[in-house]
Design a protein around this ligand. Structure first.
Ligand SMILES: [Zn+2]
Length: 167
């Protein structure tokens, strides 16, 4: 029998401080707060990833996972895979101009999260192809739109709270 995940703790004040520190970096950094709101660990990676070890993933469960996206894009395939395997209560990416947040639903992360993401990625890739091919938008803008539109649609379809905050 599946049990509902524990209630979400308030976001620790140190999260925003960490966001300011890492948002303009060219490499990825990860910071994790436990389910109790206590800071657990941080680590640096390369331009694309700073994957936690299996041991570190245990701290991520029910906690808040923060990392930076040097690209400023929304969540991608690896992010969704990580969320499904590590089961955080809140998952954040911070970029130079944007903060992305997803909150675990009371019933847990949906099993079809990845399948839906792939489905909508295809839809929105096709939709923005014309603008890219006719050079109305460059590759960075194309990727930005595809990832943002995909995430918005998937989260509204699956009733996952999603925030995209520009600054
Ligand atoms: Zn990421």
């Amino acid at each position: 029998m599946a049990s509902n995940p524990p209630e979400r703790p308030p976001v620790p004040a140190s999260v925003e401080e960490a966001e300011r520190t890492i948002r303009n970096q060219k490499f990825e950094t990860v910071h994790v707060w436990g389910a109790d709101g206590v800071y657990r660990f941080g680590k640096n990676g390369d331009e694309n990833s700073a994957d936690p070890s299996d041991e570190e993933k245990a701290f991520v469960k029910d906690g808040l996972f923060l990392h930076n996206h040097p690209s400023d894009y929304s969540f991608g395939r690896r992010d969704i895979m990580f969320v499904l395997s590590a089961n955080p209560a809140e998952f954040r990416a911070i970029g130079p101009k944007t903060r992305y947040v997803i909150i675990r639903p009371a019933s847990g992360w949906p099993n079809n999260f990845m399948a839906e993401w792939l489905k909508w990625l295809k839809t929105f890739s096709d939709r923005h192809d014309k603008s890219f091919i006719s050079r109305k938008i460059n590759e960075k803008e194309y990727n930005r739109r595809v990832y943002a539109d995909t995430m918005k649609r998937v989260t509204s379809t699956l009733n996952i709270e999603y925030r995209e905050e520009g600054f």
